[in-house]
Design a protein around this ligand. Structure first.
Ligand code: CO8
Length: 260
């Protein structure tokens, strides 16, 4: 793990997987301004690194992230908030092209839940708790919670969570469609890493374009989305990996994808 003591973000590389770990345990990984700057820098560095095919974002077993750092915001004015323009940083996470797997254990609240929803696949420990409790501190979700949660789980559950501030258990989150897999807490990291490694055996360009196409489903009409999908599908026939993948299938061998 590449880190010095006091680092709020840790990172390491395992094969083709870039691993990023939130590291402010004393405040339950609250997403301070500093942490968000470092997180985005690290995600962008992995996104630009050709050796990395998939990114794994994790917290600790106790907590994923308990939201934006309330100390950073408690005395802020509307002018401070506008001047900080923090959401520009979140927009950069949205623009990461490689798949991001979230390994979520413990609390994923407020900005923490929103950060998990910026990831592409959420693997949750059975102890995970998802919520948008901003209503309890006089505000409301601001990094996409009202939009992404509603698209993920539908209006009924989203309204319940956003207006009451209650937490969803991992099982509820699975049933509602917010997370893809729930695993025993002792395996939350290894299960997410295994998934990320398995994805990293796939052709990198197809991974990126497939991610882009799925995300497009939230942004457009069905017919425009289908058209978009078709064009990306055609584009993959310009890649060596398409030839390799199909030939390997026909030759009954494992494909060797080069990311070209
Ligand atoms: N910000 C700052 N510090 C925090 C935060 C936080 N979000 N959450 C926990 N901490 C600190 C506590 O103050 C405490 O510090 P200390 O030991 O110095 O008192 C330490 O972490 C441990 O926390 P608790 O003692 O409260 O631990 P418990 O196990 O009793 O409770 C909870 C855990 C339920 C998670 C509780 O800490 C809690 O409710 N936290 C706040 C959750 C919350 O309201 N999150 C939403 C924040 S607002 C937000 O995310 C808006 C996002 C907008 C977009 C982002 C723009 C930047």
């Amino acid at each position: 793990m590449a880190a010095a003591s006091g680092d709020v973000i840790l990172h390491e590389v395992d094969g083709h997987v870039g691993i990023v770990t939130l590291n402010r345990p004393e405040v339950l990984n609250a997403l301070s301004l500093e942490l968000m700057v470092e997180l985005v820098e690290r995600l962008e560095a992995f996104d630009a690194d050709p050796a990395i095919r998939v990114i794994l974002l994790s917290g600790s077993e106790r907590v994923w992230a308990a939201g934006a750092d309330i100390k950073d915001m408690a005395e802020a004015s509307v002018f401070d908030m506008v001047e900080r323009n923090q959401f520009a940083r979140w927009e950069k996470i949205k623009r990461i092209q490689k798949p991001i797997v979230a390994a979520v254990s413990g609390f994923a609240l407020g900005g923490g839940c929103e950060l998990a929803m910026h990831c592409d696949v959420i693997v949750a420990s059975e102890t995970a708790k998802f919520g948008q409790p901003e209503i309890n501190i006089g505000v409301m979700p601001g990094a996409g919670g009202t939009q992404r949660l509603t698209r993920a789980v539908g209006k009924a559950v989203a309204m319940d969570v956003v207006l009451s501030g209650r937490f969803l258990s991992a099982r509820e989150a699975l049933d509602a469609g917010l997370v893809s897999r729930v695993v025993p807490k002792e395996h939350f990291f290894s299960a997410a890493l295994a998934l990320a490694k398995s994805m990293a055996t796939k052709p990198p360009l197809a991974l990126k374009l497939a991610k882009e196409a799925v995300l497009k489903a939230h942004e457009t009409t069905l017919s425009e989305g289908l058209e978009y999908e078709r064009k990306l599908f055609y584009m993959l026939f310009a890649s060596d990996d398409q030839k390799e993948g199909m030939r390997a299938f026909l030759e009954k061998r494992r494909p060797d994808f080069q990311g070209k």
